[in-house]
Design a protein around this ligand. Structure first.
Ligand code: F6P
Length: 462
């Protein structure tokens, strides 16, 4: 293989440049040229196919800094639908005009769906990323547990519970793709946010509801347990409003403040989302969710009434005492933690090995074992596809969450500790000390990496 392309698709993460860096380093070793296609699938199917040569002379371009968040080649939520022949023909044309012999897509479950038709055109490999930590399988064969009560309605898809899920904790060594790059940094931000909101809730005798990202997967909410919230609500466990109300009142009476973490995709007992949903254009047609925390606030205000907050907190009413905050896109941006940098880079390098050793439609993965820690592996994309060919976002296993305590379970803690115990590097702490209050920041305007990259962009026909 002489030349391959790489693109970063779907929502970005802090670790994308680290993946690109690992990938290009390995490509240099194997003397493979790497073209970075701009803006995900959008670049590949556009008429001009804007791209950047990431390793001219098999040397990494200096703009590619693995410790920088985001993606220097841009990301988008564009989708290549398997039935869109015109788009696929356009992609084929681009691939042959650029003499590309293989493609690495850095993405999540949506990107893996989008990669399926492309793998019919040329060898493709997915290098995983997503702050949602939902590209993976809790166990091998899990994709076959997705059912569709109404076969021609994909939205009716449901995951049949794992056999003996109620009594047997998930085998951590059997998880396919234990963790995705970007997750650790997102949790770092979310858990840190909880600790910051806590002290102000304590001082002002308030109830804080903090909404985190993750769509229908509750991994970020689960990881935010490190910030010691009083209550954690994940989308996988329908909210028992009576229990939540009771717990809020109990904790408030005890310590005059409550911190609740809620995943943006939490659902009620009927399975309906708390927040509003909006269609998005990302590869699997994922939804955008918003407003879960606000809705929870309104229900808690109704259930708890004003007197509790007047008597204990000196507030005029519940609506004043309870406040909501979204961690929002701060979870997705900024410098990646050492854990993310290291594993993203490894997965990117492994993706090159997979391509050059002749694999197609495979996923570069990471698994964990007590004896070996984290190691690299790979799986055919087929293993991730359900009976209808669809790849679903991984959900938090029931054994990771205690739905009566509304907290991460003991087994969930074990899962998290393997990721987070050594996730922060000494250089991460140094960076914090040296960067933000650098006096140079006051004089110099921000220099966007996009400006430097623009100089390197080539288009078909140039
Ligand atoms: O998939 C990553 C993610 O950050 C989700 O957790 C979130 O729902 C979504 O992207 C937000 O998308 P956007 O950046 O388009 O608002």
């Amino acid at each position: 293989m002489k030349r391959i392309a790489v693109l970063t698709a779907g929502g970005d993460t802090p670790a994308l440049n680290a993946t690109l860096h690992g990938l290009v380093t390995q490509a240099n070793a194997e003397e493979v040229e790497v073209f970075g296609i701009l803006n995900g699938f959008q670049g590949l199917v556009g008429q001009t196919a804007p791209h950047v040569h990431l390793n001219p002379g098999f040397t990494i371009i200096p703009e590619l800094n693995p410790a920088r968040g985001g993606s220097i080649i841009g990301a988008s939520r564009h989708y290549v639908h398997p039935d869109d022949e015109q788009l696929l023909e356009q992609a084929s044309r681009t691939i042959s005009r650029l003499s590309i012999e293989g493609l690495v897509c850095v993405g999540g479950d949506g990107t893996l769906n989008g990669l399926q038709p492309l793998s019919q055109i040329l060898p493709c490999v997915l290098s995983p990323k997503t702050i949602d930590n939902d590209l993976g399988l809790n166990e091998q064969g899990e994709a076959n547990r997705w059912t569709r009560p109404i076969p021609d309605q994909p939205e009716t898809a449901r995951l049949t519970p794992r056999a003996h899920a109620a009594v047997e904790p998930l085998d951590l060594e059997g998880i396919v793709n234990y963790v995705t790059p970007g997750y650790a940094t997102a949790v770092f931000v979310a858990a840190g946010g909880v600790t910051r909101v806590r002290t102000t809730a304590e001082s002002h005798r308030r109830v804080a509801i903090i909404e985190v990202m993750g769509r229908h997967s509750g991994y970020i909410a689960l990881g935010a347990a490190y910030g010691q919230p009083d209550i954690i609500l994940v989308p996988e466990s329908p909210v028992d409003l009576a229990l939540v109300t009771e717990r809020v009142e109990e904790v408030y009476r005890h310590q005059q403040n409550v911190v609740i973490i809620c995943g943006e995709g939490i659902v009620d007992s009927e399975g309906a989302e708390f927040g509003a949903r909006r269609e998005s254009t990302d590869p699997s047609g994922n939804l955008l969710l918003s407003g879960a925390a606000e809705r929870l606030k309104s229900l808690l205000c109704d259930n708890l009434g004003d007197a509790l907050f007047r008597d204990i907190g000196g507030h005029s009413d519940a609506a004043t005492a309870i406040f909501t905050r979204k961690v929002g896109h701060t979870q997705r941006g900024g410098r990646p933690l050492m854990f993310d940098r290291f594993h993203a880079s490894q997965l990117g390098a492994h993706a090159i090995d997979l391509l050059t050793s002749g694999q197609n439609n495979h996923v570069s993965t990471i698994q964990w074992s007590a004896d070996d820690g984290f190691t690299l592996g790979h799986h055919s994309a087929e293993e991730f596809r359900d009976e209808w060919g669809v790849i679903h976002a991984r959900r938090v296993d029931p054994s990771f969450y205690d739905s009566s305590l509304l907290q991460v379970s003991a087994h969930g803690s074990r899962y998290l500790q393997n990721i987070f115990t050594d996730s922060i590097g000494a250089d991460d702490a140094d960076f914090l000390r040296n960067s933000l209050f650098d006096s140079g920041n006051l004089d110099a305007p921000y220099e966007s990496i996009n400006v430097a990259i623009k100089r390197r962009v080539r288009e078909l026909g140039d």
